[in-house]
Design a protein around this ligand. Sequence first.
Ligand SMILES: Nc1nc2c(ncn2[C@@H]2O[C@H](COP(=O)(O)OP(=O)(O)OP(=O)(O)O)[C@@H](O)[C@H]2O)c(=O)[nH]1
Ligand SMILES: [Mg+2]
Length: 324
Amino acid sequence: MAWFDRLRAGLSKTRSAILGEAEAVAAPGDTRAPAPPPRDWAMDWEDLEFALIGADVGATIAAEVVREARAERERGATFRDALERALLDQLEGDRMRQKLRRVGFDLDVTRSVVEPAGKVLMVVGVNGVGKTTTIAKLGRYWQEHGKRVMFCAGDTFRAAGSEQLAVWGERLGIPTVTGEGGSDTAALAFDAAQRRIARGADLLIVDTAGRLHTKHNLMEELKKVKRVIAKADPGEPREVWLVLDAVTGQNGLEQAKRFHDAVGLTGVVVTKLDGTGKGGILLPIARELQLPIRFVGVGERADDLQPYDAAAFVRALLDAPAAA
Ligand SMILES: Nc1nc2c(ncn2[C@@H]2O[C@H](COP(=O)(O)OP(=O)(O)OP(=O)(O)O)[C@@H](O)[C@H]2O)c(=O)[nH]1
Ligand SMILES: [Mg+2]
């Protein structure tokens, strides 16, 4: 599975952050010498806890993961299986499912294609996290899955920002609504939402300029963009996704809270997991924000943006074989 190999390669830094200290040892009870023993890992529990914190899992969750992994190990699981179960439980265990269901999301819908809930998806985030390239990759992904996609190059803050998406649109054959440099994003988004209806396209993805979550007026502007889309197309945007750069680590949680307060997020895309040992940030995102992670980015290639699947993520992280 090529995508799984890309994911596994992309997570190598986080893997060595967590398992750098682990050693391969013989599984208990294995006496077949000198043939190579079945591979297991051993690691001091305290080292594991520190390593998890180092990977930005957060202290509380790290302690829980260790407690659970330890209990699994005592029940006879190998170290790797014990850790896999403990991590997966954090990402999509019963507790997580219940929490998400309470706020209106359901993890049980297994999707080979991530189906956006509505017709308009607005993408937000701080500067340089990968919004525009993520939109291009999403556009390609849904196009490949038979959807008629449109873009709105709503980053009118810089001429280059809107041009960047227009270039992608042209390359992918995705119609892109662009404005003059310095024009109003809200006005452009309104226009784009109307054009989507006129064309009968399945999905409009609206890019926005990067902004700091702490800048009040910029967050107000984002609310306005959302409001005018609803004027052109009542009920939309049904999806508002935050793009988070994994490299920002714990600060990403603060960003997400602020954006969520301002525009009501419906999903998170975590990019640049390949560039950091801090991929553990997915755990607090899933647990504390109670927002579904939709896609993860593990590199700059188009196929490096993948629908998020907690089980595959954990297996790839621990270098376990892909599930059949
Ligand atoms: N290594 C790596 N690079 C990525 C990933 N996703 C995006 N990038 C790179 O991040 C850089 C910034 O991407 P953009 O899409 O321009 O970011 P943006 O959020 O639109 O930036 P602004 O519009 O300036 O706020 C580009 O060089 C992308 O190729 C990823 O998953 N891994
Ligand atoms: Mg951009």
